[in-house]
Write a protein that binds this ligand. Structure first.
Ligand code: ZN
Ligand code: ZN
Length: 396
């Protein structure tokens, strides 16, 4: 015989319904794995709960330790992970070695934990969701598992720090969601989907300033598509006057990247920049001595297609973006800011002179901000930079 809940019995029925409903909502939601704080190469971290919810720590042998509201100290020691919970003056003390650990709220209906990660002497950031800690190459690998929609909000506000225009933030949140859902393989050899720095998208965790999530409510679930597939809509800080094709910059075709004229980023701080780099250092990066240098420019966008170095009869050709990335990763990202530049040999140096910041592909963020201030809405902004992409709502 089936027993029915007596709805009129008020509180008890509500509690039962809540218990039944919450796990369904949580488990239906899409989650994403983001590698965090990797730039710091951490070998020691402290995890602290930020709410009254006691946290659980699951070890590689499936043993579950009750962390409660104590601090969890995690250290990388000789290829192993050592964990300590509690300590002097605390009511609970555990010291163990493990190959990996997962920190979460107790399984069931409180599945989203809130906690801080501290790298001693460096910084503390707040996160929500779950945290996996794995052994990396001589360091700890920290992976924050977080509901995708929360990741969209955090990335939007991390990248758009200080921006308030609702249409700009809405447009950008669609770009972020599309990037996360497009299936793009940014880290095929890592145990996470995306990192938290400019290689993927900035992700600073739950920030001090609490942005109202409702700001992005209108566009929740929306993505950019091309031929019914969700696209990764690439974006740059400022394009310098005209966006480029992916063929020019990366040597490969993305049909949803259409070069467009962008007179809206002329006021950007990076509209004029210069860098002098020692010839010897560039020679090392180019793998050749340099006696002469010439630029092959894309006539449509003005972006550098190839850089041609000559030495006696030898010719070394690098794509403009390839040279920028090599200089950035070896000499610093504050030197050659974009793919729109000229090069001149000046004594023992190469003088780079350019405009814009970033790869100059897809959405120009400075230009988008200017368009939003001119009254354009999120759809008009996205349509400007991705003219053949279509906005769809994945929640319908
Ligand atoms: Zn990345
Ligand atoms: Zn622009």
């Amino acid at each position: 015989m089936v027993k029915y809940l007596n709805i009129s019995s008020g509180n008890i029925a509500n509690i039962i319904l809540t218990i039944l409903i919450i796990p369904v909502n949580i488990y239906c939601e899409e989650w994403v794995k983001i590698g965090v704080l990797g730039l710091f190469h951490p070998r020691e971290v402290i995890v602290t709960s930020q709410t009254e919810i006691p946290l659980d720590v699951r070890l590689d042998n499936n043993e579950i330790l009750f962390m409660g509201n104590n601090d969890l100290h995690v250290k990388y020691i000789n290829g192993k992970i050592k964990i300590e919970i509690g300590g002097i003056g605390k009511d609970y003390m555990v010291s163990k070695y493990t190959a990996s650990l997962n920190i979460s709220a107790p399984s069931g209906f409180w599945d989203v934990a809130e906690f801080t990660i501290t790298i001693p002497g460096k910084m503390t950031r707040k996160y929500s969701g779950k945290l996996d800690i794995l052994r990396g190459d001589d360091e700890l690998v920290l992976i924050n598992q977080v509901p995708l929609e929360r990741a969209v909000e955090i990335i939007t506000f991390s990248e758009m720090k200080g921006k308030k225009n609702r249409q700009l933030l809405s447009a950008f949140s669609i770009v972020v969601r599309s990037f996360l859902k497009s299936g793009i393989e940014q880290h095929p050899n890592d145990p996470y989907d995306f990192c938290d720095n400019t290689h993927c998208q900035l992700y600073f965790g739950e920030m001090e300033a609490v942005y109202p999530s409702l700001l992005l409510e209108e566009t929740r679930g929306m993505v950019l598509t091309y031929e019914d597939e969700i696209i990764p809509p690439f974006y740059c800080h400022s394009c310098g006057g005209h966006t480029a094709s992916s063929r020019v910059v990366w040597g490969m075709d993305y049909p949803f990247i259409i070069p467009v004229n962008c007179p809206y980023c002329q006021e950007s701080n990076e509209n004029q920049w210069e860098a002098f780099l020692p010839l010897r250092q560039v020679e090392t990066l180019a793998g050749s001595y340099i006696q002469g240098v010439a630029i092959e420019e894309d006539p449509a966008s003005g972006v550098v297609k190839n850089v041609v170095f000559t030495n006696d009869g030898d010719v070394t050709t690098l794509r403009g973006d390839q040279l920028r990335i090599r200089i950035g990763s070896h000499l610093g990202w504050d030197k050659v800011l974009s793919n729109r530049y000229s090069i001149e040999l000046v004594g023992d140096s190469l003088k780079f002179k350019g405009k814009g910041k970033g790869h100059c592909l897809g959405m120009c963020l400075y230009g988008s901000s200017a368009l939003s201030e001119m009254g354009r809405n999120y759809a008009e902004i996205l349509n400007y930079y991705f003219p053949n992409a279509i906005i769809k709502n994945t929640q319908n």
